[in-house]
Ligand binder design. Structure first.
Ligand SMILES: [Zn+2]
Length: 290
């Protein structure tokens, strides 16, 4: 195909003028188009007018995502603790913590022990225009000595074997139970990452994850080494919403399992996560003012 007609074709595909952009950007924009609600040729929003009142803006909407649910129990502890149950308890405590100050509205991707597909969780957060998405999980490991919390953000390909295996476990809910073959759709994650990069969501998510790691550590929560990791989690693919997945500990480790079922520890985790959310938005506000 001659060069000119290929450019013409690209411009048709992407809605861009034929000579205005390079192919890499065109590809990026076409990726963006395919994963988001289409807003053709829309320019970035102008900066907010400076007439913004000093009064508190409307409360931020925090979307909490207790992992698994219903026919998908998630990980199972050595003493039979179910991941879907403990993450729900901690999500409820965190919801209460966040709502107490009046600074946040909180919604959950599931309000009871029901099965909600991963894509549906993302869709619910997007429909509600959430400001933050926090997925709560507890992991398991063949080595019962492995323990501690870790925080994940989305990556295109999990280079680390451990994180790849974890993403596979957490994504299995859709792959098998809901009949959605995530493995057959690698482009979704790749395209979403392009969109997220363009909108700054990748950076915001990484900043969120680092804040959570720092705050959990400061609050005495035991963490895995290299606490912030990246993996291809289907539930972290909202292009507009900063998102992180927290593995709160290992149900395969007897001490972690016990802690995760103890109300006091659950409450401590909820407080530490609330402090993380506070710190995330405080840092965001500081950045915007600077
Ligand atoms: Zn899980």
């Amino acid at each position: 195909m001659p060069a000119l007609s290929r450019r013409d074709l690209l411009s048709v595909l992407t809605g861009l003028t034929a000579f205005g952009v390079g192919t890499a950007e065109a590809w990026a924009k076409s990726g963006k188009r395919s994963v988001s609600t289409p807003k053709p040729n829309k320019l970035p929003k102008p900066a907010k007018p400076v007439t913004k009142p000093a009064a508190q803006a409307k409360p931020k909407l925090v979307f909490l995502d207790p992992g698994h649910g219903g026919k998908d129990p998630g990980a199972r502890g050595v003493r039979g603790t179910r991941e879907k149950a403990v993450v729900m308890m901690i999500a409820r405590l965190l919801q209460r913590e966040l709502q107490a100050g009046g600074r946040y509205r909180v919604m959950l991707t599931r309000g009871n022990d029901s099965f909600v597909a991963l894509r549906e969780r993302v869709a619910r957060a997007q429909a509600a225009k959430a400001d933050l998405f926090l997925s709560l999980h507890a992991d398991s490991h063949p080595d019962a000595d492995v323990r501690g919390a870790s925080v994940y953000t989305l990556s295109e390909d999990a280079t680390d074997r451990e994180t790849a295996a974890l993403a596979a476990r957490e994504n299995r809910a859709d792959g098998v139970v809901a009949g959605m073959r995530l493995a057959g759709k690698p482009d979704n994650v790749a395209n979403t990452l392009v969109a997220m990069t363009q909108r700054g969501t990748v950076n915001d998510s990484r900043r969120l994850a680092e804040t959570i790691v720092r705050t959990l550590s400061r609050n005495g929560v035991r963490l895995l080494p290299r606490s912030h990791r990246q993996a291809g989690f289907a539930v972290l693919t909202s292009p507009d919403i900063p998102a992180a997945l927290v593995e709160l500990g290992y149900l395969s480790n007897p001490q972690d399992e016990k802690l995760l079922t103890v109300r006091q520890h659950q409450a401590a985790l909820a407080r530490a996560l609330r402090a993380s959310v506070d710190a995330h938005f405080a840092a965001g506000a500081a950045t915007r003012k600077a």
